[in-house]
Design a protein around this ligand. Structure first.
Ligand code: GTS
Length: 270
């Protein structure tokens, strides 16, 4: 029976791919796949003959161990959920009510006393941008080389700057500062417009989607709710947003109740 392995270059994760024999039940298939996978880890000759098969075969063999613990808002988890969806990943969600959070037990277990918390097997992470980077490494969405990875980091930091301004408006200045924020928004958006206009592939960096693209897309969604015309002057941003929305898995996810039921922010402002 043929067996194949795929070693992901940017992560320590090893995916195992194996053709299913028509006589195998689902259970047999998973069990034997796991056994062969463990054997292949110990066996260098198997590793050196690595080869990649149809990636769809990965799904039945892997029980993705991702868990997101967060409040019932899109907030800082919108981008990672869009990314996981587009990368064909499943995740478990633990939704925390404000009352439960205020009890303090969970807060005490979070490195910086804040959510989101993300678990990948026994690895526990907080800080939404660290989580996005981790997913970028796991799923080949961190550029094609180190130079691109650094440029993606830079662009993601630019998205974070915009998100911090947005969060400040929503939670501290919404009633008094919205008009001024919208006036100044064009200046911020023009920076992303210039970068996107230069890359014919339509992404922020290189020729494939990265975690920074998902993050930018998510914050643009929020801004299109805040100010529906905000992209009108920016053809490259508009095309980027349309291209990301049209990716089939993202389109289906944005249409789903799981996405639509969640308010964007915790105080009801948007
Ligand atoms: N830099 C952190 C990140 O990127 O994850 C910020 C996380 C953060 O601000 N978390 C807020 C929180 O836990 C919730 S939200 O702003 O993301 O909606 N607040 C509760 C608290 O006790 O601080």
């Amino acid at each position: 029976m043929p067996c194949y392995c795929m070693l992901l270059p940017h992560s320590r994760q090893t995916l195992y791919l194996r053709q299913r024999d028509s006589s195998e039940t689902d259970g047999d298939y998973k069990l034997l796949s796991c056994a062969l996978f463990l054997q292949s880890l110990a066996d260098d000759s198997c590793r050196s003959s690595c080869c990649v098969l149809n990636a769809d075969l990965v799904l039945p063999t892997l029980n993705m161990p991702y868990t997101i613990t967060y409040f019932a808002v899109r907030g800082r988890c919108g981008a990672m959920k869009i990314m996981l969806t587009d990368q064909d990943q499943e995740w478990k969600e633990v939704e925390i009510s404000f009352d439960d959070w205020m009890k303090g037990d969970l807060k005490a277990t979070c490195v910086f006393g804040q959510l989101p918390k993300f678990q990948d097997g026994d690895l526990e992470l907080v800080q939404s941008n660290a989580i996005l980077r981790h997913l970028g490494r796991n799923h080949g969405a961190y550029g094609s080389n180190d130079k691109e990875a650094s440029q993606i980091d830079m662009m993601n930091d630019g998205v974070e700057d915009l998100r911090l301004k947005y969060v400040k408006l929503i939670y501290q200045e919404y009633d008094t500062g919205k008009d001024k924020y919208i006036q100044e928004l064009s200046d911020h958006l023009s920076k992303f417009e210039a970068v996107l206009a230069k890359n014919k592939a339509g992404f922020l960096v290189g020729n494939k989607v990265s975690f920074a693209d998902y993050n930018l897309f998510d914050i643009l969604l929020n801004h299109q709710v805040l100010c529906p015309t905000c992209l009108d002057k920016f053809p490259a941003l508009k095309a980027f947003s349309a291209m990301m929305s049209a990716r089939p898995k993202i389109k289906a996810f944005l249409d789903s109740d799981a996405w639509k039921k969640l308010p964007i922010n915790g105080n009801g402002k948007q």
